[in-house]
Design a protein around this ligand. Structure first.
Ligand code: ZN
Ligand code: FE
Length: 256
């Protein structure tokens, strides 16, 4: 039986651990080694490290962790990724024999040009590509690339557990309410998020079914989102890429 654990780091990061019953655990995006070392003190045993992208809050603890645990590490083929990582790319499989599972590697450019996601055993580790009720900023990619990446996620099964790297859900929800005013399922999800955060719990993982029902960035074809985008553009979006680009640009400037 697998369990998934979100270790808080920095202001709003999570370092995800996917662990088996014996404590063997895959570590995803260890921006800081300290929370992982503390988890190891409590009995978790890192058996592999996965890296989604090169940003410091995702790779900052990799070298220290690998110095302590001689385990395989997998990440994008990008010179900005720690040298110890084995380079993987779209369509590759990352084996984790200690947990009896493989991850499928997905290239999901948009937030960065070499961003990867790892999908296995019903879990999606998507880094800064998809957030609950939101998506990553476009630092290096185009709207069309990010849209294609999100479309690939949206095609995964309903019960996929989406493990995002940041606790942005409540803030994303404020924008979602403006982008798509009438969405009672989203309103119920936001009420749940506020309760979770009030108890000091993560709002994650979320499910793909929930994101498809609530996240405006996965709902650019829905009439409610199209209506607000048309009002902003002064015309109906010409295509999905224009709709997505406008939604992302709107969120970038949203103070709400
Ligand atoms: Zn990032
Ligand atoms: Fe990040």
């Amino acid at each position: 039986m697998l369990s998934v654990l979100a270790l808080p780091a920095f202001q709003d990061n999570y370092i995800w651990l996917l662990a088996g019953a014996d404590g063997a655990a895959v570590v995803v995006d260890p921006g800081d080694a300290a929370p992982v070392l503390a988890a190891a003190e409590r009995g978790l045993r890192p058996v592999a490290v996965l890296i989604t992208h090169h940003h410091a809050d995702h790779v900052g603890g990799v070298d220290a962790l690998l110095a302590r645990f001689a385990v395989p590490c997998y990440g994008p083929d990008d010179p900005r990724i720690p040298a110890a990582a084995t380079r993987v790319g779209d369509g590759d499989r990352v084996p984790v024999p200690e947990l009896g599972l493989d991850f499928d590697v997905m290239a999901v450019p948009g937030h960065t040009r070499s961003h990867l996601a790892f999908h296995g055993a019903g879990h999606l580790f998507c880094g800064d590509t998809l957030f609950s009720l939101g998506c990553g900023r476009l630092f290096e990619g185009t709207p069309a690339q990010m849209l294609a990446s999100l479309d690939r996620f949206a095609a995964l099964p309903d019960d996929t557990l989406v493990c995002c790297t940041h606790e942005y859900t409540a803030a994303n929800g404020r924008f979602a309410c403006v982008a798509e005013p009438d969405n009672p399922v989203r309103d119920a999800r936001l009420a749940e998020v506020r309760a979770q955060r009030g108890r000091g719990e993560p709002s994650l993982p979320t499910t793909l079914a929930s994101e498809r029902a609530c996240n405006p960035f996965l709902r650019i074809d829905e009439p409610g989102v199209r209506t607000t985008l048309s009002a902003r553009l002064g015309h109906a979006p010409r295509d999905r890429t224009e709709a997505f680009a406008e939604l992302r640009a709107w969120k970038d400037g949203f103070a709400g």
